[in-house]
Write a protein that binds this ligand. Structure first.
Ligand SMILES: [Zn+2]
Length: 75
């Protein structure tokens, strides 16, 4: 497992790792995006998909979604 990229997302301010699982692919997809702040892992079949999802944890991290909803409600 190798971290390809670590970036702080503009969307939520959380840090997202883009990971290559290499030959450890268990069928869920070789590539993973990980919301480091929340420990949420999302698998992707291709690197292109992982790259596309990395900047937008609101699409795959449930904790980010919950926090985002709470912020909206308090506004
Ligand atoms: Zn998150």
């Amino acid at each position: 497992m190798k971290v390809i990229q670590t970036r702080k997302t503009h969307q939520t301010g959380t840090v997202v790792d883009l990971v290559d699982r290499g030959s450890n692919d268990d069928g869920g997809g070789r590539w993973e995006t990980i919301c480091v702040d929340h420990g949420t892992v999302c698998s992707h079949e291709t690197r292109a998909l992982a790259v596309r999802f990395a900047p937008s944890p609101l699409d795959w991290c449930e904790v980010c979604m919950d926090i985002n909803e709470q912020v909206k409600e308090s506004e």
